[in-house]
Design a protein around this ligand. Sequence first.
Ligand code: ADP
Ligand code: MG
Length: 610
Amino acid sequence: MRIRRLPAELINQIAAGEVVERPASVVKELLENSLDAGSARIELELEQGGIRLIRIRDDGCGIARDDLSAALASHSTSKIASFDDLVRVASLGFRGEALPSIASVSRLSLASRSRDAAGGWALEGDGRELPREPAPAAHPVGTTVEVRDLFYNIPARRKFLKSERTEFGHVLEVVHRIALSRFDVELRLVHNAKPVLRLPSAEARPAREARLAELLGAEFVAHSLFIDHEAAGLRLWGWVGLPTYNRAQADQQHFFVNARMVRDRLVSHAVRQAYQDVLFHGRHPAFVLYLELDPALVDANAHPAKHEVRFREARLVHDMLFRTLHEVLADARAGREAAPVAAAGDTPAALPPGPREQQRLPIGAAAPPFGAAVPQAVHERMAAYARLHGAGEVWAASAPPARGTPRAEAAAAETGMPPLGFALAQLAGIYILAENAHGLILVDMHAAHERLTYERLKVALERDGIRSQPLLVPVTLAVSASEAAAVEEGQEALAGLGLELAAIGPQRVIVRRVPALLAGGDIEALARAVLAELVEHGSSRGVIDALNELLATMACHGSVRAGRRLSLAEMNALLREMETTERSGQCNHGRPTWVQLTLLELDRLFLRGR
Ligand code: ADP
Ligand code: MG
């Protein structure tokens, strides 16, 4: 075959192979064009999931008569003119490929009127790019693009389209994402003549949260924290789902960089790391986050569909993301945020204690808040508890009980009561019941203690490694050959955890030293769990990842078991410690460790008006 230049129509169809996969990709390109045109209001109308018709109408800047033809020519764009522009591009599009590609695989028509034009003009596209004469058309300022019969001329691609419902599902996903990216733009979506979405523009936070609720569900809004942080020229804001509101799929993770939706590895890694301590394996957090930075610091030209970006200061961005989210999640701790099930309006901060609450203080609570008079007694009880249950330093380390964060103390001073209140009783050997200024607090004893143990192990590990202690009677256990091998290879990791294990046969392992913190626990169960994780993760994972997971395992085995009786003093000590420990609102598995039932909620249970 001779070498020849491809006809424009074919070039565009090849380009369409990259950009236009299904109706949803057309919708994405058209919506982005409307946003780039500065529209305040966009209407989308679809038939048959977009396969038969996609019509988009916007009130943006419009296209001048003499540019209509150019808009349909390949590599023609009004958005950049030089490589310099490309480096600091702030628009969503810039390749000038979308309209000609779409026109080459559908019946496309374009009608528009620019701001200063006396009337509108229209043009049909056919992918051939011959200069054509626009015809006059009645049109308000803005643009309408109509795309009919997608892939009508490429049966092979049309065959790969799925059912109308599936295709519409994909479209909806795109529309949702765009709607999340620009709260200031009003959006409407109609499918088969039925209105599907009506999203008014939303500036204030409540209006934005209403849009969020519409798109992600009210649950998400009720179980997320709003953040807005600025550091080193970066601004990160948005909604972070509480770890307790976790999902089986990563389907509620939205990240925008300068209002462009991205799926970026660096970003996901930073987010995953920030959540890793508070989420159970295999569960996914939910978030809607916006990163804003100088466009010159991001390269959007890294991917044809522009899903990925390249950060020029990748390390900085990663650190800022991780740090901010990590802190926010750590702050979602006892006494500082509403317990996960408390209704949004009932957060402790929103409910100043009335006289009635103060009357309800338990006897003895009138004494200065925990920390001054009581600690000696508590310390003794804790020490006794520790001796009894071998949880040793887990408790002793907190003596005298930590004084509390400034916020916790301020709250205590205001109400005369610490945020998590004072213990009343233990229920079923599982729950601690406590009374605070707002009503009843229920604590899952094991989950809470597990969290405290974990945090303490982590702090200890970071500070000076874990102190280990030899076992008076070493424990031997039968293991699999691969576990025995893992012991050989994992000596260093194990030593770092205060464990000394040795293989004493092809399928036998002896445990000689364990962390002092855990010496009183079930050594065999601990060793087995650690071995299982060592085998599963081997050396392929980051050491810290593995360590944290091992710590979580160890914490689980070193924590008070359900069914154990605690005295009031012990329960109070636990509550005080929860108040001062990072992330104690979540157990290591992402379940809540405590919940608040406000007096209001209790009254409602009894149909008692207040
Ligand atoms: P790109 O968006 O990469 O520039 P497109 O092929 O998507 O390329 O669009 C080509 C050009 O057509 C744009 O650069 C813009 O000037 C014009 N255009 C497309 N859609 C619109 C619209 N809705 N409003 C105003 N101008 C538009
Ligand atoms: Mg475009």
